[in-house]
Ligand binder design. Structure first.
Ligand SMILES: [Zn+2]
Length: 133
């Protein structure tokens, strides 16, 4: 992801995209450690910026209404789709994440236009214009 869009997501959603060490919610005895997100940042293209922005807007709105704070552990492309691994989502927030992950398989990872999942030296989601990117 471009440095500009990366910085905008981090600035708009600092509680989701923290680089602070995070604990394991399933093992409270484990000390907090830096997440994959803290180490690698956004491991996907600019085409999914709007999708991530809409997802995080809704996750944070849910938190304002009383849901827990979601913290991103890893955000990456895998097999042509967005993978948004996070600590803390409740059932509604998990549904939001699932919807975004599903939608990503129909949006070009390069530009965000309608795309499809193709095999091209790997599995990617691309529009016709970016098939070879
Ligand atoms: Zn495209």
């Amino acid at each position: 992801m471009s440095p500009e869009l990366d910085a905008k997501l981090r600035a708009d959603y600092p509680l989701i995209f923290t680089v602070d060490p995070v604990g394991d919610p399933y093992d409270l005895d484990m000390p907090p450690v830096p997440s994959a997100f803290a180490t690698w940042g956004f491991e996907c293209g600019d085409g999914w910026y709007d999708l991530l922005n809409a997802l995080c807007l809704n996750l944070q709105h849910a938190t304002k209404r009383g849901a827990s704070q979601v913290v991103a552990i890893q955000v990456k492309e895998k097999f042509g789709g967005l993978c948004f691994y996070a600590n803390g989502p409740d059932a509604d927030q998990a549904g939001m994440i699932e919807l975004a992950e599903t939608m990503s398989k129909q949006l070009c990872e390069v530009c965000g236009n309608r795309g499809k999942t193709i095999r091209n030296g790997g599995i990617k989601t691309r529009c016709l214009e970016h098939e070879n990117d």
